[in-house]
Design a protein around this ligand. Structure first.
Ligand code: ZN
Length: 268
């Protein structure tokens, strides 16, 4: 059987997370964080930014893991100190739109303005900002050419956990590397045995995404259950265990700008 048909056959057999990796093949893992106000559109506070982010950055520093932070222009203007810190600590600063409005509800001119405003705010921190993820993973394909026009090279606005996107793989579209997220953020907060089964079935590259407000206790906030369960210290502990699980299996932790190039070259 050719490598190509082997690959497609196992994808179909193994379901949305694909084939089981061999032990000799280190997985490329990206820890990504959508840096925004608390649980939009339900809350308007910034506890995740002011209280969750310091804890999260401390954990990543302790583990020596570089991450990618897709930040809104809004957070960067209101809390520049936290953006300064993540940049200084070697993480990648990416873009999560300017206002956290849904791109799927925008006309083209509004979408351009969001990208331009966020890009200008974020690049003022003096680092390249080339990776993008849309709020709510909602980014119409027709807008992808706008990303290149505004200096972006990678889009991570697709999610393999979303209906209709289970089999989506890294690809190139209009000069943009498209690298989907692997799984919903709340999955990492599931009980360890369930979580580990999911991990063992994930396809390379693995792209986790989190929010800073998951690392503060929002269990009593009026938000959906999947957003609030096991938030705060339990979420931080789960992330630490997740990093350890992949590290034991030889995984390499990469920023999205590194992982995107690697993944799309391999898919080509
Ligand atoms: Zn978001």
């Amino acid at each position: 059987m050719s490598e190509r048909s082997e690959r497609s056959r196992s994808s179909w057999l193994r379901g949305p997370w694909g084939r089981v990796r061999s032990a000799a093949q280190p997985t490329n893992v990206a820890i990504t964080v959508d840096l925004e106000h608390d649980c939009p559109p339900f809350l308007t506070t910034y506890r995740g930014v002011t209280q969750g982010m310091p804890r999260l950055l401390d954990l990543l520093a302790k583990e020596g893991v570089p991450a990618t932070f897709f930040c809104t222009g809004d957070v960067a203007r209101k809390h520049p100190e936290i953006v300064r810190r993540l940049v200084d600590e070697g993480h990648e600063l990416g873009c999560h739109g300017d206002s956290h409005a849904r791109f799927g509800a925008m006309d083209r001119a509004t979408a351009e303005r969001e990208l331009a405003d966020a890009g200008q705010t974020l690049r003022a921190f003096g680092c390249p900002v080339t990776s993008f993820r849309a709020p709510n993973l909602d980014f119409p394909s027709a807008f992808v050419p706008l990303l290149a026009a505004h200096g972006f090279r990678l889009d991570s606005s697709q999610g393999r956990h979303k209906p209709g996107s289970f089999f989506v793989a890294p690809s190139m579209l209009d000069g943009i590397e498209r690298v989907p997220a692997t799984i919903a953020p709340s999955a990492v907060r599931l009980p360890r045995p369930i979580r580990n089964v999911l991990f063992s079935r994930m396809r390379d590259p693995v792209v986790f995404f989190f929010h800073p407000w998951e690392f503060v206790d929002v269990t009593r906030e009026p938000i959906p259950l999947d957003c609030r369960f096991k938030t705060g210290e339990p979420a931080l502990a789960s992330l630490g265990e997740t990093i350890a699980w992949f590290r034991r299996r030889g995984a390499a932790f990469r920023r999205m700008r590194e992982l995107g190039h690697h993944a799309t070259q391999r898919a080509a």
